[in-house]
Write a protein that binds this ligand. Structure first.
Ligand SMILES: [Zn+2]
Length: 407
């Protein structure tokens, strides 16, 4: 027999949630609960027992009693770690706020470790992020698909801020390299794919299971254009940062949802690679191949880059990151914005080198080819001399200038 929608009682250990579509139904359930507790010698904690009413409130407000005690009607409560509110458009608004706050606190605690240990490496920070921050940023994403921007944005801000700290980038740095360099998936996509995993689980359940009955009902509501979890899921898909086809919920199976999730993963990678390829600032990381163990180097869109764990000296690693991701202080980058000291220069070809005043001041020009500053030339010569002595595999060839070999 299919479950009735008004039969729902959720129990998590001793935490009981009675759900009803009507005041009369809820009173009947409270009566049953009281009788069951009396027979089984269980006392109900009246201080922790409250009523939440979702939807339009009727006047006068209904009264609910448990024994002789009148139960309080409140606007907000927490059930199995999820904050619920009745007086906001999104009942999970408090949950988003609470989880953003906890994730931010955990992120600060991780950074505070550095006071005792010294600077942590990007690999260590990524591990700590996945263990202590990501869990809060994705908590409850299965039950509240991100159909509104305002709430999920604060979670995304925590993720972006943490990755910038991993890479030591400033607050104006581009967003796409945060993912390409660390291998961390953009939060909005991650939360959506996790929600799809939950849908997959629901679709495996038998039709007699309450959760399956609930998702079937939700899909019917979505098909009728009414508010529901399934409609929120479709809206969340339309708000991803790349276009994707709509999920066919009417004919969805666990397998078709799995295929859809894989397609979302592929579309995300294509979107990220497309953003890198089309960016004027990220030309140094276009078409790069990532070293792989016992295999030929190959292009990889998302992963923790080898230079982030192979370059052991913090300052060298951070300088390299800044050059690759164009957050350095060379003219090609800083004249892009301009300030009170330097006017903005829109024409890239006019962001010329501060020494030779001819070529565009790019990383490759400043580090490898500019001969206008004797000091820079001297430092470069000393560096290449040391490089070729320490690493005999790249010994200089006769007649080829050092700078050209390096290029
Ligand atoms: Zn120059």
């Amino acid at each position: 027999m299919l479950p009735d929608l008004d039969d729902v009682i959720l129990e998590n250990a001793d935490d009981v949630l009675l759900v009803s579509l009507s005041a009369r139904g809820l009173r009947a359930k409270l009566q049953s609960l009281q009788e069951w507790c009396a027979v089984n010698f269980i006392l109900i904690n009246m201080l922790k027992t409250v009523i939440l009413i979702f939807g339009r409130l009727l006047e006068p407000s209904p009264v609910f009693k448990l024994g002789n005690e009148t139960l309080k009607i409140v606007n907000a409560e927490k059930y199995v770690g999820v904050n619920l509110r009745t007086d906001t458009q999104n009942i999970f608004e408090d949950h988003y706020n609470a989880k953003a706050g906890t994730a931010r606190y955990c992120a600060h605690r991780i950074m505070a470790i550095e006071d005792k240990t010294g600077r942590l490496t990007p690999k260590e920070l990524k591990t700590l992020y996945m263990a202590r921050v990501d869990c809060h940023l994705t908590h409850g994403c299965e039950i509240s698909p991100d159909c509104e921007d305002v709430h999920v944005h604060q979670l995304c801000d925590v993720q972006i801020s943490f990755i910038r700290q991993i890479l030591n980038l400033h607050g104006r740095s581009m967003l796409i390299p945060l993912y390409t360099e660390t291998g961390i998936v953009p939060l909005r996509v991650r939360r959506f794919v996790l929600a799809l995993g939950y849908l997959q689980y629901l679709l495996i359940l038998l039709p007699t299971h309450f959760a399956r009955a609930a998702v079937n009902s939700s899909i019917k509501l979505a098909a009728a254009g009414k508010k529901s979890w399934a409609k929120d899921l479709l809206t969340a898909a339309s708000k991803l940062p790349f276009p994707c086809p709509e999920l066919d919920l009417a004919n969805a199976t666990a397998l078709s949802v799995l295929d859809y999730a894989k397609m979302i993963d592929g579309l995300m990678l294509r979107w990220i690679q497309g953003e890198v390829d089309s960016s004027e600032k990220l030309y140094l990381i276009k078409g790069r191949r990532e070293p792989r163990k016992d295999m030929a180097p190959a292009p990889q869109t998302l992963r923790l880059r080898h230079y982030l764990f192979m370059v052991k000296t913090q300052k060298h690693r951070e300088a390299l990151t800044s050059l690759l991701l164009s957050t350095h202080l060379l003219a090609v980058e800083i004249l892009r914005y301009g300030d009170h000291a330097q006017p903005r220069e829109n024409d890239r070809s006019k962001r010329v080198c501060r020494f030779c005043k001819i070529e565009v001041e790019t990383p490759e020009h400043a580090l490898l080819t500019c001969d206008a500053s004797p000091e820079v030339v001297s430092l470069r010569t000393a560096f290449f001399g040391k490089l070729f002595i320490d690493y005999t595999g790249i010994l200089p060839e006769t007649g080829v200038p050092e700078r050209d070999r390096a290029v």
